[in-house]
Design a protein around this ligand. Structure first.
Ligand code: ADP
Length: 304
């Protein structure tokens, strides 16, 4: 089966700086694919090229089998977009926002109105149908933006940081809805800074940095490929001194970050037994996760 979204050798520069640098991607029907990377990695620029909103300097992309940006208008008839910032119309009610958006796709009002009850139910906004946008909470606005992206019954949905700024309850509700969409066979491409979100939602992920994909695969594959299976975090004022003396003895790899030492190990038992006898130190023993992979691949320094 042909990929729903495909990129080959995509490149884009701004002011002589290459922000997307030879990107290859193939995303298949029904997949939830996550694009991860620190700020400035080139994720949004990649999404914009895949949507055909901007032209690459080199390389090719197809969306639902159509070349973009050349046939972007045609392709986007079956595409939904949840942008990073909610851009709902504040003068309109919840239902009116859906109606107005549907018209951009050339849909008849009667056709849109027939879809509105289901869209509101999907977004848990049925009781807010006639509420004006400024009266909605952040989570409600985000759900309305998601409902709006579904007005044209898209096959593919692009989501740029869909849960940034939401509280845990609101994030969990969005996750349920996104899972429901993939179960319906829709293809999702999302960016996120939340590694737990990526681990939960995405079938496959690509980690980007400096415009390139540096690792790609299922969350489990990325963890197995890149990192030791167990992590012991050691905390306390003396953790730095402890790391100097014992880090290399007990851990395959360790990293000091402030007063925390992250020890990456195949077998945590010898280290845990040792730490139990160190009264000045606290520790947390846990399985390795996607955040460990992300920090290993992209580093701990702040970006932008
Ligand atoms: P990310 O989404 O991963 O944070 P972006 O794709 O937004 O990264 O940005 C990648 C780099 O490209 C950044 O350094 C950003 O400042 C730059 N950039 C993005 N869009 C433009 C633009 N329209 N003009 C100039 N520079 C841009």
């Amino acid at each position: 089966m042909n990929p729903v979204i495909q990129a080959k050798g995509l490149q884009k520069s701004y002011a002589g700086h290459r922000v997307v640098d030879g990107l290859d991607l193939a995303i298949h029907k029904g997949e939830c694919f996550g694009l991860l990377g620190p700020n400035g990695a080139g994720k949004t620029t990649t999404l914009r090229m895949l949507l055909g909103l901007i032209a690459p300097d080199a390389g090719t992309a197809t969306l639902l089998g159509l070349p973009v940006p050349q046939a972007a208008r045609e392709a986007r008839i079956k595409v939904g977009v949840v942008p990073q910032m909610d851009n709902l119309d504040p003068d309109f009610t919840v239902a009116e926002n859906l109606l107005v958006y549907g018209r951009y796709f050339g849909m008849q009002d009667s056709e849109i109105e027939a879809r509105i009850p289901d869209l509101l139910e999907f977004a848990s906004l049925t009781s807010k149908r006639d509420a004006k946008v400024p009266t909605l909470s952040g989570g409600m606005k985000r759900r309305l933006t998601l409902a709006r992206a579904l007005v044209n019954d898209p096959d593919v949905v692009f989501l740029d940081e869909p849960t940034t700024g939401l509280d845990p309850q609101a994030r969990h509700l969005i996750w349920q809805r996104l899972n429901a969409l993939t179960q319906q066979g829709k293809t999702l491409l999302l960016t996120t800074h939340f590694m737990d979100e990526a681990e939960r939602l995405c079938h496959r992920l690509a980690v980007m940095d400096n415009g390139r994909i540096i690792s790609q695969g299922s969350p489990r594959h990325l963890i197995e490929q890149n990192i030791e299976p167990q992590v012991v975090e050691v905390f306390g004022e003396t953790s730095g001194a402890w790391a100097n003396e014992h880090g290399a003895i007990f851990a395959q790899r360790h990293e000091v970050s402030g007063e925390s030492v992250f020890c990456y190990v195949q077998d945590a038992q010898p280290l845990v037994a040792h730490l139990q006898a160190q009264s000045a130190l606290r520790y947390l023993h846990r399985p390795a996760n996607l955040e460990d992979v992300f920090l290993k691949l992209t580093g701990r320094e702040m970006r932008e």
